[in-house]
Write a protein that binds this ligand. Sequence first.
Ligand SMILES: [Zn+2]
Length: 433
Amino acid sequence: MCRDHDEVEPLPSSISRRGVIGGAIALAGAGLAAVGLPAEAAGPGEARSLGRPPVPQAVVVENGIVLDPLTGRVVEDAVVVLDRGKVVAVGNRSQTRAAVAEVNGRARVIDVEGRWVLPGLIDVHVHENAVADARAALIRGATTVRSGTSDFYQDIGLRALGPWAPGVVPRMKASGTFVTPDLGTTILGDPALAPLAGGVRTPEELRYLTSVNLDRGVDWVKTRVNERAGVPEQDPLTQVYDYEQIRAIVTEARKRGVGVMCHSYSEQAIDDAVRAGIKTLEHGVFVSERTLERMARQGTHFTPTMSAIGGMRDSSNPILKQRGEQFFPVLQAAVRRAVELGVTVVAGTDSFGLDVDPIGGEVRLLHEAGLSALDAIRAATTSAARLLGLESSVGRLARGYAADLITLDGNPLENPSALEQPHLVIAGGAIVT
Ligand SMILES: [Zn+2]
């Protein structure tokens, strides 16, 4: 299910699917009026049409220092030429002269005054339920995100909206409804969920909920093996699903080529989930050495969400504060060991709604835990792109890639905290900030 960023969702074919996804789009779009569509989203003189998404104006970004996360190569006094939502040229002035001439007269020219220029960042774990949530992540530099579920399939609505509202929401990989023992009010988001009123525990129930998500068009399936850490009433070391239960989900998702991302904390639960074949381990604080070795062998990715775990240390709730202080150093050690053992670490903030941690902050935390600055940047660019099946369209500034970029006030290889406050954000060729 690897959609290219500029491929437009086909219109829903069945009434049921149309109703559900239409509702999600309405929910996600509730904040659209407040956010507003940037005037420059459509090119000059381009009339909006329902048959074709708007084409952003060409942009020439000049006088920058470009970093390619794949190779680590740095180009000074660089020019990046963006046209029709893609990078058409990147390099020094002589290498880009022809491309600049090609867009001359119709491009907006931005002098970035010697700032660093990087591809837009990727946050592989967010929860966005409205346009305003998605926009909040975008202006902090996440031009591509993977949803770790939304309440009522709003992530699917946001995914569809992207190409039609360039610069308003990030490119989205959706996971739909959380595969969790009790659906709560989410059960009202889709008539097909009604049979799960008694809970989601048997292999049959787990397969059913997974297949409902797949029918709605999710790119990922999100589940859990433990309770939540961010809620004082819950014990994150309590296990909620075992090996057999996760196996039922993974098997069903794999039938349609979809990977499973799994929220986890306790050692045994993590091991169960990894053995059952999840694709990414989310949080994963008490992951054991043995499980990390298995992850390296299997290619299971690790999303430690250090922003979220570390953020609990600042909580006004004493239970959460203590939990953050206990968990964070354990997680740092796990990340360090994961890197030593060859596990691919990817950057996810677990931002929720408007409470967005900048993805650049996660990069800084990964660097502090032991990744080199370049590898920490890769966790939010090339490694994350590969995980999402987008390695030939995002995560780099190269010809043919998406016109997603950020500019920074400092050198991120020397000081990754420069990534936390992007100066300029361009997404899909549209200027966000
Ligand atoms: Zn989450």
